[in-house]
Ligand binder design. Structure first.
Ligand code: MOS
Length: 623
């Protein structure tokens, strides 16, 4: 880092820095390293799982699918880069930064610099996108802090330039995945196996791409395994729906192949393989709620699935080959303990404070809605303050747990606030009704303002989920549909429409939830058709490290997107009866695109992304 008075000075000076280094040998190729991959220590999830006897069940199954898929390294490509302004004065370090997980990152700052919690403050009220790239502390925060210290505490601002993000921060690692399904002639699964290989730097973790295969379909004999190879590439880490986002790109194409071999309609095949409990653990571990079949049925109706011709390459309109595809959506529903502080002032205005972040997801809105409803005040009387490490610790934004967990924490704080205000007003809180800015009980009313008193009332509360995750399997479900046109002459793919039906508990806000799902579907289309960080095998870095050459879908790429939410209240998941939805939309979306391309052309590509060169090669082979 070079620190200067202006950006231009700093940049000019940085170009004068000459770096000399010795070249060593590195390992950059996952396929070549697959054989030295090892079973990693259990981190986020155990590396292996099994039930019954997979080998025996698969061996005797009348129908077998055994396919290997690859997915490349992906870049988060969020709009806002990692950026921090820091001041480090009088042993106090303040970081105004862009971060999804305030409490985690404050802990990392303390550990990195040997500081006590009271010496550090992180403030991240707005985050311009993250997708997992900002779950952890990155070089911008460390550099800005050290920079400020070096110049006596003046503010130092650093934004990591876009071309440095893929190679100097984090990405979703590439995978090789083998899926084996053993089924009856009726398509009912008896044995299912999913193995995934990925790479990372020493000390890193695997891409947990087999996760969904542990819970999505029935079958007595099962196995999954994640293996990790040490690679000398930039750090691999979480990117939107780590695990399922790429795992379903493999599993759901294998399911499409099973449907074709058995002659069972792909919707019917998935319905036949539904299971209402965790299939690895047995009927003693039911799902907290699971409206998977409803998603398939309602989604198929809305999309017009009955108009699909199952014969590949049979529908043509001028030069366009038309195809339809379906894929299941699945994403685990995680929940994290989450706290909040609620203040009611002498005017009856409400302020909510929590270190929850809003990464473009609408946290401000749903938290304000929760507090307004709980305390019976109009939305305009609620102020929400987020992202400050001085506020109570929340679950943060990650793994699609943010909305459900943080609003449940605000709910808990509001329950405590209602108790306190009722007490102040001389009411029993059980009988008190909070409505229209008043507390009413036994025919008597007191305004919120009076109950709060002259100096106002401030109460903290917290939701704790205890052993909920042990009692219930928890996940969100859906069905993705896609219609594509493939140019019969050039191999160009056009997504004509994407559609999907999703069940994720109570939808806290239909507009923000829909935005999240549409964003996920778009990202899934990107993974199917264009997204790929290309490794330079000589030097072990990503060549296409900017938005000009790392292609992501834009509005013109997808003409029509439709989102249906299946009615569901999950009374086990949280007092909000909600689940996560922010990552569900990406999970399976790309497989629906791949399956639509197969239906249009008869070309099955198992190495993502499905670019024109691969489609043309398929056309030449089929010709
Ligand atoms: Mo998500 S990849 O946990 O931000």
């Amino acid at each position: 880092f070079v620190i200067a008075e202006t950006f231009e000075q700093a940049r000019a000076a940085a170009h004068l820095v000459r770096v000399d280094y010795d070249r060593g040998k590195g390992r950059f190729d996952l396929a070549a390293a697959k054989d030295i991959a090892v079973k990693p220590p259990g981190g986020f999830a155990p590396p292996d799982s099994k039930a019954g006897d997979f080998a025996a069940g698969y061996d005797k199954a009348p129908v077998k699918i055994d396919r290997t898929f690859t997915t490349p390294d992906h870049s988060h490509a969020m709009m806002e880069p990692m950026a921090t302004t820091a001041t480090w004065t009088d042993d106090r370090l303040t970081l105004w930064t862009s971060n999804q997980m305030i409490a985690w990152s404050k802990g990392e700052v303390c550990k990195t610099f040997g500081l006590k919690p009271e010496q550090v403050r992180l403030d991240s009220p707005y985050v311009g996108g993250g997708f997992g790239a900002k779950l952890f502390l990155r070089a911008d925060a460390v550099g800005a802090a050290l920079g400020s210290k070096a110049i006596g505490g003046r503010a130092v601002k650093i934004a990591i330039p876009r071309p440095m993000i893929p190679n100097n921060t984090t990405h979703r690692p590439a995978t090789i995945q083998r899926v084996r399904i053993g089924a009856g002639k009726d398509g009912v699964i008896a044995a299912i196996g999913h193995e995934s290989w990925s790479g990372d730097l020493p000390g890193g973790g695997p891409e947990i791409a087999a996760l969904q295969t542990r819970q999505l379909y029935r079958g007595a004999d099962r196995m999954t395994a994640h293996r990790l190879a040490e690679l000398d590439l930039p750090e691999g880490n979480a990117m939107r729906a780590p695990g399922e986002a790429v795992g379903l790109l493999a599993l759901e194409v294998a399911m499409d192949e099973l449907a074709e071999v058995t002659g069972v309609d792909p919707i019917e095949l998935r319905i036949r393989n539904d299971v209402q409990y965790d299939p690895e653990k047995g009927p003693g571990t039911p799902f907290s709620s699971r409206k998977f079949v409803e998603c398939l049925r309602q989604g198929a109706d809305a999309f017009g699935w009955s108009r699909r011709n199952p014969k590949p390459g049979a529908v043509r309109n001028g030069r366009w080959l038309i195809g339809m595809g379906v894929a299941s959506a699945f994403r685990g529903n995680l929940a994290g303990d989450s706290g909040a502080r609620v203040s009611v002032d002498a005017k009856g205005k409400v302020t909510v404070e929590t270190d929850m972040t809003d990464i473009g997801t609408g946290s401000y809105t749903i938290i304000a809605q929760t507090a307004a409803e709980m305390l019976g005040v109009p939305l305009k009387d609620v102020t929400v303050k987020l992202g400050d490490s001085d506020f109570p610790t929340s679950a943060g934004s990650g793994g699609q747990w943010g909305a459900n967990s943080s609003t449940a924490g605000v709910y808990a704080a509001c329950v405590a606030t209602r108790d306190k205000l009722s007490q102040n007003a001389g009411f029993n809180s059980k009988d008190a009704v909070f409505e229209g800015g008043k507390i009413t009980a036994g025919g008597k009313s007191v305004s919120l303002a009076n109950a709060a008193g002259k100096s106002g009332t401030t109460v903290e509360g917290k939701i704790e989920f205890g052993d909920l995750a042990k009692k219930y399997a928890q996940a969100t479900f859906g069905a993705h549909f896609c219609e594509v046109g493939v140019d019969a002459l050039t191999g160009e793919v056009r997504i004509r429409r994407q559609s999907g039906a999703f069940a994720a508990g109570r939808i806290l806000n239909p507009k923000s939830a829909r935005n999240q799902v549409i964003g996920g579907m778009t990202m899934g289309a990107g993974a199917a058709l264009m997204e790929e960080l290309v490794v330079d095998p000589r030097f072990g870095y990503f060549v296409n490290h900017d938005m000009a050459e790392y292609a992501v879908p834009v509005h013109a790429d997808i003409q029509e997107q439709e989102v249906i939410f299946v009615e569901e209240l999950d009374d086990k998941s949280s007092p909000m009866k909600a689940k996560g939805v922010g990552e569900l939309g990406i999970c399976g979306a790309g497989a629906a695109v791949a399956n639509a391309i197969y239906n249009a052309t008869g070309i099955r590509i198992r190495d993502y992304p499905l670019t024109i060169d691969k489609i043309i090669a398929g056309m030449n082979k089929n010709a």
